[in-house]
Write a protein that binds this ligand. Structure first.
Ligand code: 5GP
Ligand code: ZN
Length: 119
């Protein structure tokens, strides 16, 4: 089984490892997805790599495969959750963007009219 680089004090590393409980939506060898504890839409799912990567700003040729795996998982989750009316995919990167957990994650938001603001 593949081993991943994880950080002992990282909340999302602990969630992916099952050390902190979460409502699982999807998992595979490289990716874990779960419901956001403070949902901003009827469907609000967080998709994270098992590999500890701080944010999209820390991606490089050596670890970008994990971002790709997350995006493949997003497509599968959207299908399974029946998000055919659309969803918004957000990855906050750094303090000015409001990133509060320094482990790469993609928010899937759906189930209400999200509007045209913020791209
Ligand atoms: P960020 O603000 O870093 O883009 O997103 C972090 C997200 O993680 C927030 O939407 C927040 O509600 C969610 N979150 C923080 N702690 C927990 C937790 O312990 N469990 C779950 N399920 N979500 C969490
Ligand atoms: Zn982590």
């Amino acid at each position: 089984m593949k081993t991943f680089h994880t950080e002992p004090d990282c909340l999302f590393c602990k969630i992916a490892a099952g050390e902190i409980p979460s409502t699982k939506v999807y998992e595979d060898e490289s990716v874990y997805a779960f419901r956001d504890i403070n949902p901003q839409a009827p469907t609000h799912i967080l998709v994270i790599p098992r590999e500890h990567i701080v944010s999209a700003g820390a991606l490089n040729a050596g670890n970008s495969v994990y971002a790709a795996k997350c995006l493949e998982a997003v497509a599968k989750i959207a299908e399974r959750e029946g998000l055919s009316n659309g969803f918004r995919l957000i990855s906050n990167c750094g303090p000015e963007a409001g990133q509060t957990v320094p482990h790469l994650h993609f928010h899937i938001l759906a189930g209400r009219e999200l509007g045209e603001k913020m791209v």
